[in-house]
Design a binder for this molecule. Structure first.
Ligand code: HEC
Ligand code: HEC
Length: 201
C-alpha cells in the first residue's frame, strides 16, 4: 500500500492546482477524481477505511466537509484536503457523491462470519440499539443521523475510536454518538462494524 502521507500530499497538490472560475466544471471533475482515489469511483468507500459516501445524506456530507475545513472534526487526511474547497465545491461534491450508487465494498465478503452474526445479534437485541437513531436497517434519518449501512468495517472501528477519544477529553452530551461510544467494548465495536459492512445502501 502507498504511504498515506504521500497520497494526501499528492491529493492536496492536485486540489491546489485545480483551476477556479471559468474552468469550474473541468475543475470539479478533477476534484471528484481526487476524492475517488480514496473513496472509490462511485464513493463506495474502501476496505482500507475511507468511508462510503454513496447514498449518504447530502447535508450530512456537506456538514462533515465544513467541519473538516474548520478543523472542528479531526482527520489528518481530510483537514488539509478540505482547506482547498470553497462552499460551492462542498455543496457540489456532497450532492454528487450522495447521488451515487454502488454495491457496498464488503457486501460479498465471506470473512469473519461469526463476527457478522454476533453484530447482527447485538444490533437486534443488544443494550445499544443503533437503528433507533440511525434509521431502519441503518439507512439514516435526516441530516443528523447518518446512514451506517454498508460502511467499510475499518471506518466504523476508527470512527467509534475517535468518538471514544473525544469522550475522554470532556463529558459528552447525552444522546450524542460520543456518549453512545462509551457504552461499547472493543469486541462489540468489531462485531457491529463487521455486520454493518455487509448491509446494503
Ligand atoms: C487520501 C485519501 C482521501 C482522499 C483523497 C479524500 N478522502 Fe475523504 N476521507 C478519507 C478518510 C480516511 C476519511 C475518514 C476520516 C475520519 O473520520 O477519521 C474521510 C472522510 C470523509 C468524509 C466524512 C464522511 C462520513 O461519513 O463521516 C467526507 C464527506 C469526505 N471524506 C469527502 C471527501 C471528498 C469530497 C474528497 C475530495 C475532495 C475526499 N474526501 C478525499 C480519505 C480521503
Ligand atoms: C442516541 C442516538 C444514537 C445511537 C443509539 C447510535 N448513534 Fe451512531 N451516531 C449518532 C449521531 C447523532 C451521529 C452523528 C455524529 C456526528 O456527525 O458528529 C452518529 C454517527 C455515527 C457514526 C459515524 C458515521 C459517519 O458517517 O461519520 C458511526 C459509525 C455510528 N454512529 C455508529 C453507531 C453504531 C454502531 C451504533 C450502535 C452501537 C450507533 N451508532 C448508535 C447517534 C446515535
Amino acid at each position: 500500500m502507498k504511504p498515506i502521507v504521500q497520497v494526501v500530499f499528492a491529493a492536496a497538490l492536485l486540489l491546489a492546482l485545480v483551476p477556479a472560475g471559468h474552468a469550474q466544471n473541468a475543475g470539479r471533475q478533477a476534484t471528484v477524481a481526487v476524492c475517488s482515489g480514496c473513496h472509490g469511483a462511485h464513493g463506495e468507500g474502501s476496505a482500507a477505511g475511507a468511508p462510503r459516501l454513496a447514498g449518504q445524506n447530502t447535508e450530512y456530507l456537506s456538514h462533515a466537509l465544513t467541519m473538516f475545513k474548520a478543523r472542528t472534526r479531526a482527520s489528518v487526511i481530510m483537514q488539509p484536503l478540505a482547506q482547498g474547497l470553497s462552499d460551492t465545491d462542498i455543496q457540489a461534491l456532497s450532492a454528487y457523491f450522495s447521488g451515487q450508487s454502488a454495491p457496498s465494498v464488503e457486501a460479498d465478503s465471506a470473512a469473519m462470519p461469526l463476527l457478522v452474526e454476533e453484530g447482527k445479534r447485538l444490533v437486534a437485541t443488544g443494550p445499544v440499539r443503533c437503528f433507533e437513531c440511525h434509521g431502519a436497517q441503518g439507512l439514516g434519518n435526516g441530516a443528523r443521523y447518518p446512514s451506517i449501512a454498508g460502511q467499510p468495517a475499518q471506518f466504523v472501528v476508527d470512527r467509534i475510536h475517535e468518538f471514544q477519544q473525544r469522550a475522554r477529553q470532556s463529558t459528552p452530551q447525552p444522546g450524542t454518538m460520543t456518549a453512545v461510544s462509551t457504552l461499547l467494548s472493543e469486541d462489540e465495536i468489531r462485531a457491529y462494524a463487521a455486520y454493518l459492512s455487509r448491509l446494503k445502501r
